[in-house]
Ligand binder design. Structure first.
Ligand code: EPZ
Length: 418
């Protein structure tokens, strides 16, 4: 098991180019399985989850090759419609292969999905929606078995604007009979990126980014070329790293329009933020103010994925900050590890009260999930002395070369393997 060794206290200064978005590339690679031709996808980050998704595509019979940041997927010959539970357990997002495989093969058999321990991660909205589209589904022996002679377009209302359920419905609707209208759809920017790719494949998706998405089924799809959007969560994580260390960083390629909630919170905490067409620059004023309250919400509300890095920043702020995690029921696993570094945090149900302390102290801490692990790295960058962050296999699911990126901006950070 790798771990990161970090000597805290170095202000982060410099320039980084943000990686392609994990939560866009995963559904887009799944969509490529339904193209029935060759798809060329640029700006694909080197992440564990991307590697696992490529293994799923190959298990389905796609021919996949990576050329630098570009992944070429040829789905002309799907030879299988089954994903074994070992691969499905590796990550939550594998469930969106259901919609893509059903579009390509009219039947699908996938293991129950796994994911980070941030909550139950139910898939009831996915299952109910696919059943509405005419899919017969049975769940037995840990597998979800689906069959459908012809997917049927229909109106679908989501009780919660689930990102994954919205994506699964879009993937199942692109060649369905008739029109599918999703109301209370998720509005995340990654949904828009998926819609762009699907339309490049010949689909007819309208309204992505709004809460009403309409998909008109087409007869056939074809290969397409696409460049993945920038990762708004990774970009904000690096901006927070500069803020907590009293530095100055420019994140090239970041889209400020995708990060209004996070940038607003950073400004409230005292950051000087400059946006231009090439990216975003953050300059610290040397101290961090507390943030009144952060409530995680579906987009365009405050993103749950950046809650924990913000909590690391709030841990050293002047004053008290309150967090309310409304999306996942178990997304405070990083709190005990931050407390081990000297943070003063009290969790009550979905709320966490963070009383800022003068400074954190380096410690040996453990990542239990992706974004909580990133929060521990952020905290260690500012802590006095040495920290060891283990559980890097979680962090590597979402951050490409995190130690290289931070070291290029002056951090004292190195990976110890094994
Ligand atoms: C996506 O997960 C992201 N993952 C998550 O990012 C992100 O935190 C989440 O959306 C919310 O923005 C990918 O895109 C690969 P949801 P997803 O379905 O699709 C409940 C990261 O760190 N729900 O919007 O699983 C669910 O329990 C990851 O990059 C149901 O009840 O999220 C949760 O409370 C973590 N039934 C809420 O909806 C369902 O059928 C949000 O889930 C589906 C979801």
């Amino acid at each position: 098991m790798d771990r990161l060794i970090i000597e805290g206290g170095m202000p982060l200064c410099g320039e980084l180019r943000v990686q392609g978005a994990k939560n866009a590339v995963l559904p887009i690679l799944a969509a490529a399985a339904a193209a029935g031709g060759e798809c060329v996808i640029h700006n694909c980050p080197r992440l564990r989850d991307v590697e696992k998704t490529v293994m799923i595509l190959e298990q389905l019979g796609c021919d996949v090759k990576r050329e630098g940041g570009t992944i070429v997927v040829n789905s002309k010959e799907l030879t299988d419609c089954r994903i074994d539970e070992g691969l499905m357990r590796e990550m939550r997002s594998s469930i969106i292969f259901l919609g893509a495989i059903l579009t390509a093969c009219s039947r699908a058999e996938v293991g129950m999905p796994g994911g980070c321990p941030i909550g139950l991660r139910p898939i009831d909205l996915h299952i109910a929606s696919l059943k509405k589209m005419g899919v017969s589904i049975c769940e037995e022996h840990g597998y979800i078995k689906c069959s459908c002679a012809r997917l049927r377009g229909c109106p679908i209302h989501l009780d919660f604007p689930s990102v994954g359920a919205t994506e699964n419905i879009m993937l199942a609707a692109v060649k369905a009979d008739g029109v599918t209208t999703i109301t209370n759809a998720a509005r995340e920017p990654e949904i828009c990126d998926l819609a762009l790719f699907l339309n490049a494949m010949g689909a007819r998706v309208k309204g992505a980014g709004s809460s009403v998405i309409t998909i008109e089924g087409v007869e056939s799809l074809h290969g397409a070329e696409h460049t993945i959007m920038p990762d708004r969560i990774v970009a904000q994580t690096y901006l927070i790293s500069a803020m907590i260390t009293g530095g100055r960083i420019r994140v090239c390629g970041a889209e400020a329009v995708h990060m209004r909630a996070g940038l607003s919170a950073l400004s409230e905490m005292g950051a000087v933020i400059t946006e231009d067409s090439g990216g975003i620059e953050l300059k610290s004023r040397g101290s961090v103010k507390s943030v009144h309250i952060i409530r995680t919400m579906p987009y365009p509300g405050f993103p749950t994925d950046i809650q924990s890095p913000f909590m690391a920043l709030a841990a050293v702020a002047d004053g008290t900050s309150v967090f309310v995690e409304n999306i996942f029921e178990n997304r405070y696993r990083h709190v005990d590890e931050l407390v081990r570094m000297g943070a003063d945090i009290k969790v009550e149900g979905r709320s966490a009260v963070v009383r800022g302390v003068k400074g954190l102290l380096g410690a040996n801490v453990e990542a239990y999930e992706l974004r909580g692990g990133a929060a521990l790295v952020v905290a260690a960058l500012a802590a006095e002395g040495r920290s060891t962050v283990s559980g890097t296999e979680y962090i590597d699911r979402g951050y490409e070369d995190i130690e290289g990126c931070l070291a290029r901006c002056g951090a004292s950070i190195r990976r110890v393997c094994g």
